[in-house]
Design a protein around this ligand. Structure first.
Ligand code: SF4
Ligand code: SF4
Length: 87
């Protein structure tokens, strides 16, 4: 599944989601991600709340969450400025 926040596209690869712990959901302070204990996978439940903080991508040990491959981290930070976010 893919979702976009502040011009950044996130992609979640459910087939790679195998930590069984929901680390990403714990790291997400926005309620975008939920760990489904019955299915043992993370689910993307509320994309409009995503603030593109990248925490979910950073904590995932299975690389199941990725940002658009054409962007570097510097691009991401720069796009935050373009989007008018105060520093
Ligand atoms: S941290 Fe990664 S592997 Fe673990 S639940 Fe989240 S997406 Fe799945
Ligand atoms: S980028 Fe941040 S706000 Fe968006 S889903 Fe990941 S942890 Fe949550």
């Amino acid at each position: 599944m893919k979702w976009t926040a502040n011009k950044i596209t996130y992609e979640f690869d459910e087939s790679a989601c195998s930590c069984g712990l929901g680390l990403c959901a714990e790291a997400c302070g926005q309620g975008v991600l939920e760990f489904n204990e019955e299915r043992n996978v993370m689910e993307v439940v509320n994309t409009v709340q995503c603030i593109f903080c990248l925490q979910c991508e950073e904590v995932c040990p299975e690389f199941a969450i990725s940002i658009d491959g054409a962007l570097t981290l510097n691009d991401v930070i720069g796009l935050g400025d373009v989007a008018g976010q105060p520093k």
